[in-house]
Design a protein around this ligand. Structure first.
Ligand code: TEU
Ligand code: CA
Length: 556
């Protein structure tokens, strides 16, 4: 397999609003990030991805951009950005920008002009359709509840928005739009950034014809993503972007590819380098979804997770490249979700989950606070929440459809909502976890007195130092990056077991996803007994049996 620096990297994701506030207004900012760069350097991180920091009215916290060439006021200025980039580079790290070009904000000058008339320069920058029989052009529903179409009085037409109405979709079939985007990307590359994480890039090419989609029983709309993802010209556009921008710089490029299939992923991230370096796929995040999508408290059935991940690991091997993640700003905290966040098992299970992910093939992403084992928040009222997705779904499922009671819904939001990941970073035991001296924009998780960075950096047995070790191992052991992946015991409901092999070397990874003491399966007993050493484990001494949440990586 061909070697690349971005295959060997570990990426750390910063959600700037919640990372570190430098001026006491309760909102994280660029100067705050600069203050914490040594913390990331010490962790061993090589690449930092910052969620959007561009000018934005914040209907979706920066994923609605009104100016691609300026910084959100709360976050700082372009000078702060230049300083940040220089400080990142000074420490030998790289900086990746979030690129949100499936849609803009409705306050972007392009959209303000576009909605003015049907015949100005910007009229076709977005997707406008005439009403059909006085109604929406199609029955498509957006990602965040409701119709994906919004009527505009002035044009007497509907525009498409796959996310909230304040996030109109750009018209990528318009060549001028594409040129504008590439131009903007080059502008950032010329500043010296090191890559792009491309938001919902699988959605940019819309179908040739706009037709109704299937409606599931009990639902009002047909989910648009299932119709628009991996559209007819998406690969053509990405190849063009690659020629026009990406190939001209040494970048790490990751496509956040909602609704991507394995076959499509092979096109987006094929090793011939014509499109992107890697995909960020979602399938393993859906294994605990059901009838109402992610809004359920359905428990994880481990074989489901393994089947999905094993298929991606094997499917892309030698052909394309994948991202590895449990957490990000759209997901609940994994230690609460698939681990065990009780006092007794939080540390062990966080380390187990980290081991399970970091020994796989692909580029690992660490989301801020994951390295501390930060947990979900307990939300009891929707007024404590900020996320538009949560607010909309609350109205949908509690007030309108009456599927859940208030209590049930708050319980599910506390398990699955995006705000779980967005509570402020827990730096130390001072007020507001040391995140701000003001009033934080979103409540701090009260457990910061026991879960915080200051304590963990000092404690050699902490989750933080365990992540540090995992990251270091990836730098030392080629096999972790380039070894072949084989899964074992796929039907086992409690254990996640796989091997990695490179030349004459082999690693055996065993992870116990339960709080029970389990026997080593016969199929791997011999390998375990004859092991040639332990690369890493979340338990100090070896044992005959697998202890609760044990993760051990054997050299075999
Ligand atoms: O997310 C894309 C995406 O697929 C999400 O809508 C995901 O399905 C959802 O968050 C799960 O709850 C990206 C960004 O990561 C997200 O923060 C944005 O809200 C979204 O795009 C729109 O830009
Ligand atoms: Ca601030």
């Amino acid at each position: 397999m061909e070697k690349s620096w971005w295959k060997e990297a570990v990426v750390y994701q910063i959600y700037p609003r919640s990372f570190m506030d430098s001026n006491g207004d309760g909102i994280g900012d660029l100067q705050g990030i600069i203050q914490k760069l040594d913390y990331l350097k010490n962790l061993g991180i090589s690449v930092i991805w910052v969620s959007p920091i561009y000018k934005s009215p914040n209907k979706d916290n920066g994923y609605d951009i009104s100016d691609y060439r300026d910084i959100m006021e709360e976050f700082g200025t372009l000078e702060d950005f230049d300083e940040l980039l220089a400080e990142v580079h000074k420490r030998g790290m790289k900086l990746v920008m979030d690129l949100v070009v499936n849609h803009t904000s409705d306050q972007h000058p392009w959209f303000l002009e576009s909605r003015k008339s049907k015949d100005n320069k910007y009229s076709d920058y977005y997707i406008w359709k005439d009403p059909v029989d006085g109604n929406e052009p199609t029955n498509w529903g957006g990602y965040f509840s409701g119709s994906a179409w919004q009527y505009d009085e002035n044009r007497g037409q509907y525009y498409l928005h796959q996310f909230v109405p304040e996030q109109p979709d750009l018209n990528w079939d318009n060549e001028t739009v594409r040129k504008e985007v590439y131009d903007m990307m080059r502008w950032w590359c010329e500043k010296g950034i090191d890559g792009f994480r491309m938001d919902v890039i699988s959605l940019i090419s819309k179908p040739e014809e706009y037709r109704d989609g299937p409606i599931h029983p009990g639902e009002k709309y047909s989910f648009c993503g299932a119709i628009t993802a991996n559209g007819p010209r998406v690969h053509e556009y990405l190849q063009e972007m690659n020629r026009e921008v990406l190939s001209r710089y040494d970048l790490i490029t990751v496509g956040e590819t909602t609704c991507v299939t394995l076959d499509e992923a092979k096109k987006y991230a094929r090793s011939d380098g014509k499109e992107l370096n890697m995909v960020f796929q979602f399938e393993h995040m859906d294994v605990d979804s059901d009838e109402y999508g992610k809004w359920t408290d359905k428990k994880l059935y481990l074989p489901d997770l393994k089947k999905v991940l094993n298929r991606w690991e094997k499917g892309l091997e030698g052909v394309a490249w994948n991202s590895l993640y449990w957490d990000n700003h759209d997901q609940p905290r994994v230690v609460s979700r698939w681990g065990n966040d009780s006092d007794q098992y939080r540390e062990l299970s966080a380390k187990m989950l980290a081991t399970c992910l970091h020994m796989m093939e692909g580029t690992p992403y660490v989301y801020q606070g994951e390295e501390l084992g930060m947990t979900n928040m307990h939300f009891t009222d929707i007024s404590q929440c900020d996320d538009i997705e949560e607010k909309n779904i609350y109205v949908d499922l509690v007030q309108d459809a009456k599927v859940y009671t208030h209590e049930q819904m708050m319980d599910i939001i506390s398990k699955k909502g995006r705000d779980n990941a967005r509570t402020p970073m827990q730096w130390d035991t001072t007020e507001n976890a040391g995140f701000t001296t003001g009033t934080p924009w979103l409540g701090v998780n009260p457990n910061y007195t026991t879960i915080n960075a200051a304590d963990q950096v000092e404690d050699e047995n902490s989750i933080y130092n365990y992540y540090k070790k995992l990251i270091q191992l990836r730098k030392e052991e080629d096999i972790i990056v380039y070894g072949n992946y084989e899964s074992l015991e796929e039907e086992d409901e409690n254990l996640y077991i796989y091997t990695r092999s490179l030349q004459n070397k082999k690693l055996l990874v065993i992870c116990n996803f339960t709080d029970k003491d389990l026997k080593v399966p016969d199929s791997v007993r011999e390998m375990v007994e004859k092991n040639r050493g332990i690369l890493i484990s979340n338990y100090k001494e070896g044992a005959e049996r697998l202890r609760p949440y044990e993760a051990t990586v054997y050299l075999v």
